[in-house]
Design a protein around this ligand. Structure first.
Ligand code: FES
Length: 106
């Protein structure tokens, strides 16, 4: 199983095993990672699963859908490497990927 790394705003690091096919949000929730609120349950309508993806990994992700882009525009503290983790699926190619969680989701 690929390992996914979540880094909270305070620097706390959580390295978890991820099931391929689950969203990165679901992986965080299943592993009780703080800072991924996921208020809408993964329907791309809340932006509380926002994360900043390490640049190397960001470039490897499929492009966001139009819906995700629209939600990201309304997210707090959006950056060029922002993604909604409910829209990013776990694959074997993401082994070691790092997602930084924003302060707004503490
Ligand atoms: S969980 Fe709501 S947009 Fe991702």
């Amino acid at each position: 199983m690929p390992k996914i790394v979540f880094v909270e705003h305070n620097g706390s690091r959580h390295e978890v095993e991820a099931e391929v096919g689950l969203s990165i949000m679901q992986v965080a929730v299943n592993n009780l990672v703080p800072g991924v609120l996921a208020d809408c349950g993964g329907t791309c309508s809340c932006a509380t699963c926002h994360a900043y993806v390490d640049e190397v990994w960001f470039r490897r992700l499929p492009l966001p859908s139009e819906d995700e882009q629209m939600m990201l525009e309304g997210a707090l503290e959006q950056r060029s490497n922002s993604r909604l983790t409910c829209q990013v699926m776990t694959t074997g190619q993401l082994d070691g990927a790092v997602f930084h969680l924003p302060a707004s989701q503490c």
